[in-house]
Write a protein that binds this ligand. Structure first.
Ligand code: GLC
Length: 613
């Protein structure tokens, strides 16, 4: 055996040491390096398969740690109602997310996955979470989302709903873009406040108590003709830019990390295939540097019928500028087709690199590489009392008093807590699912005691004096009411839960027996009607019978927010965020229209003073 000379041995040792040292130092893993340097370093190391994996978001039900590893999947989501098990605890969510994350971290480059969920009015998929009135209180929501190990919320929806017949109108803050612009404050609530020297368009997430947010759905989702969901928004560019676009500028100024593309079309062009608005306007003109994401099977719906030409859908969606595709199920097909489009030169590598650069930028910025695993110590954030109190306050402030007394000199509210006997009636008085509405526990919401919370009936019983007898009758007959000796009645009726297209309505009436319950009870006793709905509905025909009318919207888990103002612990202050029509024949009708003849105008709301006991 040849004996190596000392200098050769020294050289080999030196090279080995250097190689070993080199193998240990990997720039993208160095948190002291600038994000852009880390992105560039990591991108340069990635294969096409690893890049396309980052662009792929799949549903948890088709995922496993092995799938995440084998396909380099960059993101997971829970669709509406997709949970580890019914009433899963925070710990069970954390365990599920941890297992998936271990799969991603076991890949060659160890790129952590980001898990998204529709936390659109609290962490609404999760049993026991605080359910806020839609679109409020970002910071508390972020903490409850993180309690389950999830780092990404598909919120806020900054749609400007221009026709309440749209099934998603309750997800929109208002018909007035200025209100929607103001309410983009949910973004710093979710993500944290951007620093002083922040550059608009860059993504920002302060740390592991925050989540990446998602401004949706870009753009014009709330302007479709007749409010038909996912349909066509017919408006000139000026109208699009002055009504539906302004809130996106606010969102970018506040560092929103992602933007979800709308199913809808603008003047016949599908948004998911709209390169002019997604790339040339949002990315190039507004300088958005986070990542865009498709909606659920959003690229499939580029074609009619949906999915009829998936190869074209992949090409059109990715070339339009969509960076991450919420596939969410047939990921093998998506990955195979996109790979083929790149290999055949149909989609340039530069487009893939732009998409992956944006995705990695968000992941590095939010610290996901440094903190990929859930923090199980945050479990107690889920449904904590401080958050419920916050939600209760939000409910109080969002209720709108539309009528108070048959004559203004005899207001009915606030109600007495010391009445001898009162009646609580109506389909929505003792139904937590109804008062939470859509996007709660189940995608379409549900009925009954669906999670932890207080119904309005619970809250009435808790609010009144012990000497007061509270009688509950969901749909009493007139004799029962007449002969009951009730000082007054509270009637709680409204819409049943719905989400997306299921909520599209042409008649805008509340389901039976709501109207007849109101007519019966209010015909036999002094009555305060509380309306549970995601939007203005038909009320004019029975407005005269009511002594008082409160629009309670979808108050979520905190029924006491409703009784706080009914009984005068707090005054009514809420104002209508949208026009309340007289008849559906008037729709669409928005503040500022030439012909504007509402039952109650945008901004209307009676006030009351808190009781001084
Ligand atoms: C839905 C909605 C979108 C939601 C996504 C994931 O279809 O359009 O708002 O974020 O799918 O659940």
């Amino acid at each position: 055996m040849a004996v190596l000379a000392a200098p050769v041995v020294a050289a080999v040792l030196l090279l080995t040491w250097a190689a070993y040292g080199e193998a240990q130092y990997v720039l993208y893993k160095d948190a002291t390096k600038p994000v852009e340097a880390r992105v560039t370093d990591l991108l340069a190391r990635m294969t096409l398969a690893e890049k396309i994996g980052q662009m792929t978001q799949i549903e948890r039900q088709v995922a496993s740690p092995q799938v995440l590893k084998d396909y380099f999947i960059g993101s997971l989501l829970s669709g509406g109602g997709s949970v580890p098990r019914k009433q899963a605890t925070a710990a069970e969510w954390v365990s599920m997310v941890s297992d998936f994350q271990k799969g991603s971290l076991s890949t060659r480059l160890g790129i952590p996955m980001i898990y998204g969920i529709d936390a659109v009015h609290g962490h609404n998929n999760v049993y026991g979470a605080t359910i806020f009135p839609h679109n409020r209180i970002g910071a508390a929501t972020a903490l409850e989302v993180r309690a389950t190990g999830i780092q990404y919320a598909f919120a806020p929806c900054i749609a400007v709903c221009r026709d309440p017949r749209w099934g998603r109108c309750y997800e929109s803050y208002s018909e007035d873009h200025r209100i929607v612009q103001a309410m983009t404050e949910l973004i710093p609530g979710l993500q944290g406040d951007v620093p002083a020297n922040f550059t608009s368009g860059m993504p920002y997430v302060a740390g592991k108590n925050n989540v990446a947010a998602c401004a949706k759905h870009f753009v014009g989702d709330g302007g479709t003709q007749n409010g038909v969901n996912e349909d066509n928004t017919i408006i000139d560019r000026r109208g699009l830019m002055t009504i539906h676009m302004p809130a996106y500028l606010n969102a970018l100024q506040k560092g929103v990390s992602t933007v979800m593309i709308s199913y809808s079309s603008w003047n016949g062009i599908k948004m998911h295939a709209n390169h002019d608005l997604v790339t040339r306007y949002l990315k190039d003109r507004l300088n958005f540097k986070g990542f865009t994401i498709s909606d659920w099977e959003g690229i499939d719906r580029i074609t009619t019928p949906a999915g009829s030409n998936y190869s074209y859908s992949v090409q059109a969606g990715v070339l339009a500028g969509i960076d991450m595709i919420m596939v969410p199920n047939n990921y093998q097909s998506f990955i195979s087709i996109l790979t083929s489009h790149v290999n055949n030169g149909i989609i340039p590598m530069s487009r893939i690199d732009d998409a992956v650069t944006r995705i990695l930028r968000v992941k590095f910025t939010m610290g996901l590489f440094e903190n990929p695993m859930p923090d199980s110590s945050m479990a107690d954030q889920l449904g904590k009392k401080e958050h419920r109190d916050l939600a209760r306050e939000a409910v109080r402030k969002s209720l709108v008093l539309l009528k108070n007394g048959k004559t203004s000199d005899k207001p009915m509210l606030p109600l007495s807590k010391k009445a001898p006997k009162i009646l609580v009636a109506g389909s929505h008085a003792d139904n937590l699912g109804y008062q939470c509405g859509g996007w709660t526990i189940e995608w379409q919401g549900d009925t009954g005691r669906i999670t932890v919370g207080m119904t309005i009936l619970d809250a009435v019983k808790a609010a009144v004096d012990p000497s007061t007898t509270v009688v509950f009758a969901e749909n009493p007959d007139a004799d029962f009411v007449k002969n009951g000796g009730f000082s007054y009645a509270i009637v709680v009726v409204g819409e049943h839960p719905y989400t997306e297209t299921k909520g599209d309505s042409l008649n805008m009436t509340i389901p039976d027996p709501g109207p007849s319950t109101v007519a019966t009870v209010c015909g036999a006793a002094q009555c305060a009607t509380v309306l549970i709905s995601g939007r203005p509905v038909v009320v004019q025909p029975f407005l005269g019978a009511m002594d008082a009318l409160v629009a309670a919207w979808l108050p979520g888990t905190e029924g006491q927010g409703v009784t706080d103002v009914l009984f005068g612990d707090y005054g009514f202050t809420g104002k209508l965020p949208r026009t309340w029509f007289k008849s559906v024949d008037q729709l669409p009708m928005n503040y500022g229209d030439a012909h504007y003849d509402p039952l109650f105008p945008l901004g209307f709301g009676l006030t009351t003073q808190p009781r001084t006991y």
